[in-house]
Design a protein around this ligand. Structure first.
Ligand code: USQ
Length: 386
């Protein structure tokens, strides 16, 4: 059963932009799924952040074994646009997660929650020593008698946007409800997803996934591949020195399946898996895409407040041990995505490609940030939209 407020469709209308791939209405999608032999999927339109009683009663009626929680506002740039989108992101994400946990406790059901978290809870600041562990860190705390005691804690959160901050707060909600009420949770700390089709979505044209290319919702690799398809110079922020974790969409779906098939028991702490398969620097990705497609690269002032360069190593042994076989960056998969983008290029509005959501107001250093980034870049490389 799908429970969805359908707010993402409304956000498109508010932003005046649409997915590059055409998205059929929910009823057509469900019908197409059944036509291709899929088991019937129920649908309930419900906002879990505001309709607590309906959510609780639905759980009591349906008694699910597991819930995959992806009912969160998921774009960092959207969360940083203005005070309305910041407050919406906090309201929706925190109340949604809390209502779900609270309803599980109130109904007395033993439901396994699989949550889409983010690698961004760890932060991407500067040089890193060693690999980022999967959620927890062993620390020694001074005990006041010149000795130390050992403790396992959540890895210190270092969010880089309001969106990432809400996912950091989610971790505490899970920690508390697991400790207090033994709610079983798997938190998937996911990297940047790329690709658009899975085996299931390829079964019918109306099952295609969203392909967001705009500056608010599009993620970096999909954006670069789509930009190359329409002849738009690749929009690298700053020097492109940010290093990020990535995962292909087919692996993302497989990881959810592995998490569902391997739930923790209710004496175990929250399972945290780093859901990523590879790490890349943004400028290296741009170079790869340019070499594959002949696209130009633009080095633009960075609208975000993020380190110019960072290194990243990540542990992902849990999902590998459960059987994940990583699908890594390949020319074939990148070309497949460029082909999808070319097919729907007629739906693209190039004026919506630039990232206009700025992390800092002018009065708080935003202008200086843009100025210093601009001064590092050959003027010829800047595109007109700035
Ligand atoms: N970037 C560019 N050019 C662009 C777009 C982005 O250089 O045109 C840079 C950004 O400055 C940033 C990096 O690419 O350094 C990643 O940006 P992104 O928009 O692809 O990803 P991000 O904002 O971090 O968020 C996305 C998803 C979010 C998920 C997160 C995983 O929107 O839901 O949680 O990736 S992670 O990045 O590992 O935190």
């Amino acid at each position: 059963m799908i429970v969805d407020s359908l707010v993402r469709r409304k956000t498109d209308i508010d932003l005046g932009v649409k997915s590059l791939s055409p998205i059929a209405n929910i009823f057509e999608r469900l019908q197409s799924w059944e036509q291709t032999g899929g088991s019937p999927i129920g649908f309930v339109q419900l906002d879990i952040a505001t309709e607590y009683e309906r959510l609780r009663d639905l759980l009591a009626k349906e008694r699910p074994d597991s819930i995959v929680h992806c009912a969160e506002q998921r774009a960092a740039p959207y969360s940083m646009k203005n005070s309305t989108t910041k407050r919406y992101t906090v309201h929706n994400n925190i109340n949604g997660t809390h209502n779900l946990l609270c309803a599980i406790v109130e109904t007395g059901l033993d439901i396994h929650v699989v949550h889409f978290g983010t690698m961004g809870v760890y932060g991407y600041g500067g040089l890193q020593r060693g690999s980022i562990p999967e959620g927890y860190l062993e620390v020694e705390i001074p005990d006041g008698d010149n000795g130390t005691s050992r403790k396992q804690i959540l890895y210190p959160a270092d969010p880089g946007s309001v969106y990432h901050m809400t996912k950091s707060l989610d971790q505490l909600l899970f920690y508390f409800y697991n400790k207090n009420d033994r709610v079983r949770v798997t938190d998937l700390h996911q990297g940047i997803v790329w690709g658009t089709n899975t085996v299931q979505t390829k079964r019918h044209p109306k099952l295609i996934n969203r392909f967001d290319y705009d500056g608010d919702y599009g993620t970096v690799l999909n954006r670069f591949l789509m930009q190359s398809a329409i002849g738009y110079p690749l929009t690298v922020h700053g020097t492109g020195g940010q290093t990020r974790a990535f995962i292909h969409i087919t692996d993302s779906v497989r990881c959810v399946q592995l998490a569902l098939e391997n739930p923790p028991n209710n004496q175990e702490k929250v399972n945290i898996f780093n859901q990523m398969t590879e790490v890349h620097k943004i400028r290296d990705l741009a170079t790869k895409v340019a070499a594959l497609t002949g696209a130009e690269i633009s080095y633009l002032p960075n609208p975000r407040n993020e380190a110019a360069e960072n290194e990243l190593q990540v542990e992902n042994q849990h999902l590998l041990n459960l059987g994940l076989k990583p699908t890594t960056l390949s020319e074939g998969l990148m070309t497949e995505l460029v082909d999808v983008a070319k097919r729907f290029a007629y739906r693209c509005d190039p004026t919506r490609v630039p990232c206009t959501s700025a992390w800092l107001d002018k009065g708080r250093g935003g202008e200086e940030e843009v100025m210093s980034a601009t001064s590092m870049i050959p003027l010829g490389a800047l595109t007109a939209e700035l």
